[in-house]
Design a protein around this ligand. Sequence first.
Ligand SMILES: [Fe+2]
Ligand SMILES: [Fe+2]
Length: 277
Amino acid sequence: MKWRVSILCENSVGPLAGTLGEHGFSALLEPENGSPLLFDTGQGLTLFHNAARMKKDLSAVDSLVLSHGHYDHTGGVLPFLDSYGPRSIYGHPSLFMPRYRVKDTGESTSIGLSASRAELEAAGASFDLSTEFREIAPGVFLTGEVPRTSAFETGDRGLCCDEAGYEPDVTVDDQSLVLVTEKGIVLLLGCCHAGLINTLEHVALCLGRRDFYAVIGGTHLGFCDQRQLDKTSKALRTLGIKKIIAGHCTGFAAACRLSHDFPKEFHLAQVGYTLEV
Ligand SMILES: [Fe+2]
Ligand SMILES: [Fe+2]
């Protein structure tokens, strides 16, 4: 099966005139035959605008996949349902838990879903939730919960389950989407809170193959220390990935590092970027 993957929402924009950036991520997955899937929705600020500029018909989207329950990936769900009607939505059962970013100063911001499960269901959401690695369409898999096996991927310590910041949030619902293509495995990341290497190793174990062609999306490397970045770069080298298309929570410094370490493989994930596989 051939696919076209187009980034609809991202922090920055490419050269496509009139598109807009926002802190968020969304990608449209169009198969050669059949209906497209929407992977994440951004905050809902730029989804419709950018899709129109890119001449993408979102009404044709068959179902939505949510990488995790942060606002910058799920904020477009309610406007999508209001515009296009009921849809199946794939995700993890912990999508709806409360979440906060708590700064060292004690300042706390709610960063979970901006609509409740009941509001989304009233608007036509039919949730299909699982913690397991599973095939949701021919050649399309969701990782389910990703085991945190690497010693160096320590997660984002600023994320908490409670407003006061006592209970760390490991973002257990974080999952990525896998396309098995003729060119190899393509991995779509939301924020990859589970860790990039943890996620790649989990997919390799579940599929029994490790021919990764591309990773595309947010790596969360912008929130890790230099030691983790060093080890991630070394581990990526051994995997031989052909395209590393990173953006969103990768951040400027980590993107520069990846660009330096992988000059042929690295591409900046931006609104308008299209991958054909
Ligand atoms: Fe994010
Ligand atoms: Fe996130």
